[in-house]
Ligand binder design. Structure first.
Ligand SMILES: [Zn+2]
Length: 350
């Protein structure tokens, strides 16, 4: 039976039980007890002025109500679907798709959710499936809903992997992301959340072998962001798209509309049959699942170029670009004007 170290961490007035994975892998009750005090103290020393009034070793079964819901979409391939909503007041930050893939020797996790609590939930779901070590946490890009929970998997001994451009992009924004999360969802929800930076980065391609289970990682030129990365599970021909593909949730442009269209067009040549979008609650066939994102972006680009040719100002153009797609997407009012603005600013200089 697997036991986890649970540390009641007090930060100011707020005390919450935090699951602290063991870097050396899954533990028995005896091995957990033997190192509980020293591990708890070492871990809590990363939080200024923290106290740890409770330190226990708890059976994984007793933590099942805190585990994320995951779906085994093919053997050894697990997806947790985040809610299709924004990180906003009342949210728990669980809005991006995350998951894990289990090989013969180890497990790789893809994205971590917004908060430490989101990532602990994913970790507990993983431990319900396997006691193998967690060798890698792969981050698909720097957006907070995908990466801010990462420290849980670093604690678990995982190598944190991203695109080469991700650390700089995150460093420039991390303070703003944390302040934004504190304001939007509050200190209770982000309790224990600390940005974690990658250990290993790639600028083109990289292969990970989990033991008879090979993952192909690929970094892209600027598209959804300047640090997008995809993960292809060869065994199932399933690609984790990060936010290169959205379903349900309106795509959000934070990179280059030309680059994003190029990236999606280039994917067609790869041996991919299924895909996990960054947002949207389904594993879809590929390329069909990527078509709505590509159609939306292509349409925004065409309409923006037309507006520029007519000499429309930014404020005139943003009033109509993309509106014919409103019925296709959720949270359209929130994201479409921003996308139109980004596209206009980019394409103005063509
Ligand atoms: Zn994103």
């Amino acid at each position: 039976m697997i036991f986890e170290l649970v540390v009641t961490l007090c930060l100011g007035e707020i005390c919450q039980p935090r699951v602290v994975p063991n870097p050396a892998g899954a533990q028995t009750e005896a091995s957990c007890q033997r190192t509980a005090q020293s591990r708890a103290q070492a871990w809590a020393s990363g939080f200024p002025n923290a106290t740890t009034p409770g330190i226990t070793c708890t059976a994984i079964e007793a933590l099942s109500d805190r585990a994320a819901t995951v779906i085994e979409t093919s053997p050894g391939h697990f997806v947790h679907f985040g809610k299709v909503e924004s990180v906003s007041e009342g949210s728990d930050g669980d809005v991006a798709n995350t998951g894990f893939i289990i090989g013969q020797r180890s497990v790789a996790v893809i994205d971590s959710g917004t908060t430490r609590a989101n990532a602990e939930a994913l970790y507990l779901a993983l431990r319900q499936q396997t006691d193998l070590p967690v060798s890698a946490l792969i981050l698909t890009h720097m957006h907070p809903d995908h990466v801010l929970g990462a420290s849980v998997f670093r604690d678990a001994g995982a190598l944190v992997i991203s695109s080469a451009k991700m650390p700089r992009a995150l460093a420039q924004r991390a303070a703003g992301y944390m302040a934004g999360m504190e304001r939007l969802i509050g200190l209770h929800q982000i309790h224990g959340t600390v940005p974690a930076y990658p250990d290993v980065t790639l600028s083109a391609e990289m292969t990970l072998d989990l033991g008879d289970r090979v993952l192909d990682l690929r970094a892209y030129p600027t598209a959804h962001t300047d640090n997008d990365l995809t993960v292809l599970d060869r065994a199932t021909a399933t690609m984790w798209m990060g936010d290169l593909v959205f379903l349900e949730h309106t795509p959000a442009l934070d990179g280059s509309i030309n680059g994003w269209i190029d990236a999606l067009t280039g994917l067609a040549a790869l041996p991919v049959e299924h895909m996990v979008p960054g947002h949207g609650r389904m594993v879809s066939a590929f390329p069909e699942g990527a078509a709505p994102t590509l159609e939306y972006l292509t349409s925004i680009r065409r309409q923006t170029r037309e507006a520029l040719e007519k000499g429309e100002s930014l404020s005139q153009a943003v009033r109509h670009i993309g509106l014919d797609h409103a019925k296709d997407w959720q949270m359209f009012e929130e994201f479409n004007p921003r996308n139109a603005t980004s596209a206009y600013v980019e394409l103005e200089w063509e």
